[in-house]
Design a protein around this ligand. Structure first.
Ligand code: GLU
Ligand code: ZN
Length: 334
């Protein structure tokens, strides 16, 4: 196994990081296709990691369906829950010890503190007018509690969440590369002191994704533009934990004609539903390849046919609208 190309350049290690909380739809297929192309077009390796942190919403049958649907699109990976590999397990629910260890290190440096705010108190913040996609910034209510004050709250049965200190103006901005946008320098302060562990002991996505990408040697992260707000906070975490952050590519979102991003309620746009309606995988890939700007017109094609055409700069700047008659269009390409 080699991780350098003939000319000595480092080959990327990319990843699929699906949450097994539902069937994958056209919007997920778009992000996965672009992640695969970004990595494989440079001869890199792909890791598949199941992000099943949320015990309430994750289901093993969805995890199975994700493996099936990615394979249907002929997107492959080198390491994953089904294949094993040097960084097993490739399922976040089996990796708590690594999150524990990372948080213990941050805590020892005073970078993490317990937060006793109740859901109700936090919900009141969430209805604030400027609460964005990533939720409202936590105002730091518990940032200055003494040990005694913490003990008093625990005596009342309150279990704390854990938050990373990310005060505005402190620590400055974080620098990272986005393959479409170039070098960005953004402040994580918009997130406020974000949670690294919930009060019910569920590890936060923000922490787990950084610990795992670092541990698995991931050097390239391709994901939806909706997560761009989270990236400066994650880059900060990479840095605080002593790791070099990966390169990023934040890709536009797929939206319906009302401008709503594709989600669970667009049940007819799951790959399973499309397949059942007679759509071929080459039709899905061809339509997405056209939407990405890699093909001059929608035409059936295999993912590997897009490899030489992949150029991040060609991706559209804003959301991509999925037309109402998408099923007819995909059928016509099948
Ligand atoms: N599991 C996350 C999701 O599905 C992954 C986000 C990421 O790529 O960092 O939204
Ligand atoms: Zn608090």
């Amino acid at each position: 196994m080699t991780n350098t190309s003939g000319n000595g350049a480092k080959l990327p290690r990319g990843r699929f990081a699906p949450s097994p909380t539902g069937f994958i739809h056209l919007g997920n297929a778009w992000s996965f296709l672009l992640a695969w192309l970004a990595c494989r077009s440079r001869g890199g390796q792909m890791v598949l990691r199941m992000e099943d942190l949320d015990p309430q919403r994750s289901r093993p049958e969805f995890a199975q369906a994700i493996l099936r649907d990615l394979s249907w699109l002929v997107l492959d990976w080198d390491e994953g829950p089904d294949k094993g590999g040097p960084h097993a397990p490739y399922v976040q629910s089996g990796r708590s010890h690594l999150y524990e260890e990372a948080v213990a290190r941050l805590r020892a440096e005073g970078l993490v503190y317990p937060c006793y705010c109740t859901r109700k108190e936090l919900r009141a913040l969430a209805s604030a007018p400027h609460a964005g996609e990533a939720g409202p910034a936590y105002p730091g209510t518990c940032a200055g509690l003494s040990e005694e004050e913490c003990r008093a709250r625990e005596a009342f049965g309150r279990r704390p969440a854990l938050r990373l200190r990310c005060p505005p103006g402190e620590g400055g901005e974080e620098r990272f590369v986005d393959l479409a946008r170039g070098e960005l320098c953004l402040s994580p302060a918009g997130l406020g002191d974000f949670a690294v562990r919930r009060s019910d002991h569920v590890w936060a996505y923000q922490l787990a994704v950084v610990v795992d990408d670092a541990a698995m040697g991931v050097t390239q992260v391709v994901r939806g533009e909706d997560l761009l707000d989270s990236t400066p906070g994650q880059v900060r975490l990479f840095r605080l934990l002593g790791h070099v952050p990966p390169e990023f590519l934040h890709v536009p979102l797929l939206v319906d004609e009302e401008g709503e991003r594709l989600a669970k309620r667009h049940a007819s746009l799951t790959l399973a539903a499309l397949r059942e309606a007679g759509v071929a995988p080459e039709a899905v890939v061809g339509w997405l390849g056209r939407a990405a700007g890699f093909l001059p017109a929608p035409a059936p094609c295999a993912a590997r046919d897009l490899l030489p055409l992949f150029v991040p700069g060609l991706l559209p700047r804003g959301p991509v609208t999925v037309p109402k008659d998408i099923l007819e269009r995909l059928r016509a390409l099948s």
